[in-house]
Design a protein around this ligand. Structure first.
Ligand SMILES: Cc1cc2nc3c(=O)[nH]c(=O)nc-3n(C[C@H](O)[C@H](O)[C@H](O)COP(=O)(O)OP(=O)(O)OC[C@H]3O[C@@H](n4cnc5c(N)ncnc54)[C@H](O)[C@@H]3O)c2cc1C
Length: 162
């Protein structure tokens, strides 16, 4: 996933929930500390409930007036807080989330993807062919040494909703 904003982090959570592991690269060093979206609507809260995130979002935000059309309540929450919750959940479910890492190019074929990413330490190649024993993409350094520097859980967490 190129980009660790709402879209990339959400995609990592939902894919991991369905057993598909991913690598998220985000060129910024950390979550943005800027004002952006301020609310999560009831439909989004419904899908967050399915992946065990409804209560975490409610804990960190302020519930709005209940809408009778949904079992869930809209929540006021700052985007950076929401992104932090998504990042933690993505990692807990086994996604590899790499901040300070920019996607420079990628090449996709029918059964594999090779991406070139750059961080403070240099340029790396990420190969994801779905066939390695770990069931995980392999992150290779310039000299071909395996490199596991990203904050990520090694194993997917059990898929139980909170
Ligand atoms: C002031 C403001 C107020 C807003 N208010 C609301 C609101 O009230 N409600 C609402 O629903 N929405 C609101 N929005 C919109 C909401 O913030 C966006 O819809 C949301 O951020 C989009 O998420 P995204 O992940 O698609 O994109 P982004 O948040 O733009 O994230 C994309 C990420 O990709 C990264 N990236 C890009 N290229 C690369 C690359 N090559 N390699 C690595 N990383 C890369 C960028 O650094 C960025 O972090 C607001 C936006 C702003 C600015």
């Amino acid at each position: 996933m190129a980009g660790g904003g709402l879209t990339g982090l959400s995609a990592a959570v939902f894919l991991a929930w369905h057993g598909v592991q991913s690598v998220v690269v985000e060129r910024h060093a950390d979550l943005p500390r800027r004002p952006a979206s301020r609310a999560v609507n009831p439909r989004t809260m419904e899908v967050l409930r399915q992946v065990g995130l409804e209560h975490a979002v409610m804990r960190h935000g302020d519930a709005r007036t209940k809408n009778p059309m949904s079992p869930c309540t809209a929540v006021s929450i700052a985007q950076d807080r929401f992104e932090g919750i998504l990042r933690d959940r993505a990692e807990a479910l086994g996604a590899m989330v790499c901040f300070g890492t920019e996607l420079r190019s990628f090449d996709a074929s029918a059964d594999s993807v090779t991406a070139t990413v750059v961080d403070d330490d240099g340029e790396y190649t990420v190969e994801a062919d779905g066939s390695d024993d770990l069931g995980f993409p392999v992150l290779l350094g310039r000299r071909g040494r395996p490199r596991w520097q990203c904050r990520a859980a090694a194993r997917p967490a059990p898929r139980t909703a909170r």
